[in-house]
Design a protein around this ligand. Structure first.
Ligand code: SF4
Length: 321
């Protein structure tokens, strides 16, 4: 079976302007630069990297919440980039997003009932009394009580708000949900609850997830495969166990070394990267990681490595592999 979602050579570049009168172009920020990956039905693809690596921008481009600069996005074989504004709104019934900040993503002036029923009505999922039955069912599914429907978003904790955001995303029975750092604004104790809830919902509703996070420990349990991004590019992609046991890219190795181990007897050496992430504006040629990489050679400063298939569904972008 082919992939549910196929992203090919996706680019999102922003021009950087300066000056209030002439607004002169002073450079280009390549937030997403030639990113390709597939997502298969029923799986979770973790999209991982430091802040500013382009993972959230890539997620928003897929849903066409922002317009990509170049590239192909195909969902169930349909070219999403070819859809007009009306058709893309219709397509969003199948493609939903759970946002990072549960405090900012819910309208504080709306009752929970209206927040969840809005997309149901918009997409004509059901009408009349059935809408309220559906809201009650969705609240139940995400672990909230029926009386919560008559409260406002500001009356809830961060974890509860994220549950409301998830209920709203599920209200239209989507096929693919892009979860944009859905737990990073939550306390660690609540993070596990929300991730467990998402896993349960995935099984129950046959959902496919792209789960965006800034470290591998968050996507650890939920991801079937993981794509690691660094400064706008995917540097490594593999099944989670393959990546965990056989990571090849120096950046992935550093990320993996930062995952805490539960067993205090197991000694794990933390790889601390030297140097800072380069400015994403007008990046020099070559590998974007070369100024921090312990294995960098002359070729790394001249030519950008492309993703190479090394077997077992594992791809790496590094000249030394
Ligand atoms: Fe390091 Fe070169 Fe590989 Fe980039 S291409 S990760 S700089 S060895």
């Amino acid at each position: 079976m082919g992939p549910l979602l196929e992203v090919k050579n996706l680019k999102k570049h922003f021009s950087v302007n300066k000056g209030s009168i002439f607004n002169k172009n002073v450079g280009t920020l390549k937030a997403v630069d030639d990113v390709s990956f597939e997502v298969y039905k029923g799986e979770t693809l973790g999209l991982v990297g430091e802040s500013g690596c382009g993972k959230s921008t890539a997620g928003r481009c897929i849903l066409r919440l922002i317009e990509p600069t170049e590239g192909e996005i195909s969902f169930e074989g349909r070219d999403l980039r070819a859809l007009n504004a009306k058709d893309i709104r219709r397509a969003r019934k199948d493609l939903q997003m759970v946002f990072q900040d549960p405090y900012a993503s819910l309208n504080p002036r709306m009752k929970v009932r209206d927040i969840i029923s809005e997309p149901i009505l918009l997409h004509g999922i059901t009408r009349g009394r059935e809408v309220q039955n559906r809201v009650a069912k969705l609240l139940d599914v995400v672990g909230l009580a029926p009386y919560h429907a008559d409260r406002y978003a500001h009356e809830f904790s961060g974890g509860q708000r994220q549950r409301i955001g998830i209920a709203r995303a599920l209200a239209v029975e989507p096929k693919l949900v892009v979860c944009d750092e859905p737990v990073s604004a939550l306390d660690v104790s609540i993070q596990a609850q929300v991730i467990n809830l998402m896993e349960d919902l995935q099984r129950e509703f046959d959902l496919t997830f792209i789960f965006i996070a800034h470290d591998l420990s968050v996507v650890h349990h939920i991801s079937d495969r993981v794509a690691v991004m660094y400064l706008g590019r995917v540097v490594e992609i593999a099944g989670y166990s393959e990546l965990y046991k056989n990571s090849q890219h120096p950046y992935t190795k550093a990320l993996l070394s930062a995952i805490p181990v539960a067993n205090p007897k197991l000694k794990k050496e933390r790889i601390v990267l030297k140097g800072d992430v380069m400015s994403p504006i007008d990046l020099p040629p070559g590998c974007n990681f070369h100024n921090r990489c312990p294995h960098a050679a002359a070729v790394c400063k001249e030519t950008a490595p492309v993703l190479k298939d090394i077997g077992n569904g594992h791809k790496v972008a590094c000249h030394m592999i």
